[in-house]
Design a protein around this ligand. Structure first.
Ligand code: NDP
Length: 331
């Protein structure tokens, strides 16, 4: 049976938020393909995740050149899903990719040169089988390449029609302000910043968020669930099917699931229960409580997780007592 998207997918207009001062609306929950979409993963599961996400109104899918493993395979798999399911909906999708981390050996396989960024974008488009991405990011700042060169490459990507918008990721506040200025001077406003942000990691407050607000940029926090730590996943040990137990996921090892962390998560879980939310929903709501945050960029290994996460947008308000309680737990 060919895939037909749910006719109800846009029934909740409040699920969309404006990205900074741009014209682009993004869903408040976006799906990233860092884990569970590579060549080592079950394709039919990855495909089910993307279909379910789109059925729920998640129009934004986030990739990078190196997502897999092996690097590049998440883009290849997403390209297959476009062919099989989503090609008729291309104009309804916001597809992003990035370059910055190591993709291939040699001096042109990582960081921020014009050579690397533009050739990487071409390869990403080939792997996905599309003519353009909606957002092209510089994935991490490069201390050795002039910022003008990296931003010039992003602007070139947009001018050539291979990207619609430009973004930066993992940039600190002063570098973001400089990047925004350079891009503005080049006539290609910076759309969005993708930082790590969650209950455990608040480095973007207040300086970076202030820069984003004054530059009119949106914010799409990655790992809003701290890779699953801020969910009920590890409350009773380390499940065999979890990221912490997965040898293909070196970024969350079992040794991160410490008794101290689990004790905090248990207390957070109690606050979530008082709010009538799952812990995952509360963690996402907490990120989305600030109007400067456009969308929370989640990952998922199961369709039921996406269903749960989307429900976070039903209540993103926190009383000052709730915020104080959360801060005390994490102090
Ligand atoms: P999250 O913090 O959302 O963690 C996702 C994991 O949490 C899932 O794989 C799952 O773990 C668990 N989970 C999700 N929903 C639930 C739920 N409702 N209940 C219980 N457990 C749940 O994000 P990721 O770490 O996956 O990162 C998201 C995206 O951010 C990436 O795909 C990528 O696009 C982007 N990113 C960008 C980076 C950058 O440098 N720009 C760096 C890292 C990520 P399990 O697999 O164990 O089931």
């Amino acid at each position: 049976m060919p895939y037909e998207a749910s006719p109800a997918r846009y029934d909740t207009p409040s699920f969309f938020a404006r990205c900074g001062r741009s014209g682009l609306m993004l869903p408040k929950i976006s799906l990233g393909l860092w884990h569970n979409f590579g060549g080592v993963d079950q394709f039919e599961n990855s495909r089910a995740l993307v279909r379910r996400a789109f059925d729920l109104g998640i129009t934004h899918f986030d990739l990078a050149n190196n997502y897999g493993p092996p690097p590049g395979s998440a883009e290849e798999n997403f390209g297959k899903m476009l062919t099989l399911d989503l090609a008729p909906y291309r104009d309804e999708l916001v597809i992003s990719t990035k370059a910055g981390y190591r993709m291939h050996p040699g001096p042109y396989g990582e960081w921020g040169s014009r050579k690397y960024l533009l050739s990487s974008l071409d390869r990403s488009l080939q792997r996905m089988g599309i003519d353009y991405v909606d957002i092209f990011y510089h994935h991490r700042p490069d201390p050795s390449t002039p910022l003008e060169e990296s931003m010039g490459a992003l602007a070139q990507a947009v001018r050539s029609g291979k990207a619609i918008y430009a973004g930066v990721s993992n940039y600190d506040a002063p570098t973001t302000a400089r990047a925004a200025r350079i891009l503005r001077d080049l006539g290609v406003p910076a759309l969005i910043h993708q930082p790590n942000y969650n209950l455990f990691n608040r480095w973007i407050e207040p300086e970076l968020l202030g820069v984003l607000e004054s530059e009119g940029m949106g914010c799409i926090p990655f790992c809003p669930l701290a890779q699953g730590l801020l969910t009920n996943r590890y409350l009773g040990g380390i499940p065999a099917d979890s990221r912490a137990a997965n040898a293909n996921s070196p970024f969350l090892n079992a040794d991160r699931v410490t008794p101290e962390t689990v004790a905090k998560v248990q207390k957070l879980n109690a606050v979530a229960q008082e709010r009538g939310q799952s812990l995952a929903r509360m963690a996402l709501a907490w990120v989305l409580r600030d109007a400067r945050v456009t969308t929370a960029l989640i990952g998922a290994s199961k369709v039921s997780q996406i269903d749960d996460c989307v429900g976070a947008t039903e209540n993103t308000h926190f009383s000052s007592e709730e915020l104080a309680k959360i801060d005390a737990i994490l102090a």
